[in-house]
Design a protein around this ligand. Structure first.
Ligand code: FES
Length: 158
């Protein structure tokens, strides 16, 4: 090919060596990306890592609370047992048993929180009544305004 100045230029030929260098380089980059991306993803906390600080019950959840007397809702990564006690107030405790982590439930007829896994029992404040649980359930704050029921962190331990 003639250059504008009249000289002839040649493009470098693609040698087998150049081709192998490109293939090895791209393979190394792909391997690096396959290793680095999962590590970075593992090290980056999820957006809702315990993040949500409050949750308002939906109409359906309020209906379940009325029908069953309790329900379990999600607050970030936590499970929260919401129940109406014999005092007709709405209470909220961690639904995660402090023994081995089973989900607890409220037993309205006995006015206690019960863990079916090993028969652990708690009072409505979350204190251990009997069974193997070593610690009380963490309490969550409940606020009611009109028809709205909101559960939030900060109720403190029982
Ligand atoms: S997990 Fe609840 S009593 Fe064992």
């Amino acid at each position: 090919m003639d250059a504008p100045g009249g000289s002839v230029t040649r493009e470098a030929p693609v040698t087998r060596r150049t081709l192998l260098d490109v293939l090895l380089g791209s393979s190394a980059l792909a391997w690096l990306a396959a290793v680095v991306y999962p590590v970075l993803r593992y090290l980056t906390p999820p957006k809702d890592a315990g993040g949500a600080n409050k949750v308002s019950l939906t109409a359906e959840q309020k209906g379940e609370l009325t029908a069953k007397g309790f329900l379990v809702v999600r607050l970030g990564t936590d499970r929260v047992l919401v129940f109406r006690g014999q005092d007709q107030k709405v209470h909220a405790l961690s639904a995660r048993c402090t023994h081995e982590g089973c989900t607890v439930q409220y037993v309205p007829t006995e006015a206690l929180v019960w863990c079916a896994c090993h028969n652990g029992k708690f009072n409505p404040d979350g204190r251990v009544i009997s069974g193997p649980p070593p610690r009380p359930l963490v309490a969550f704050a409940v606020s009611t305004e009109g028809d709205a029921i909101t559960v939030s962190r900060g109720g403190g331990a029982a």
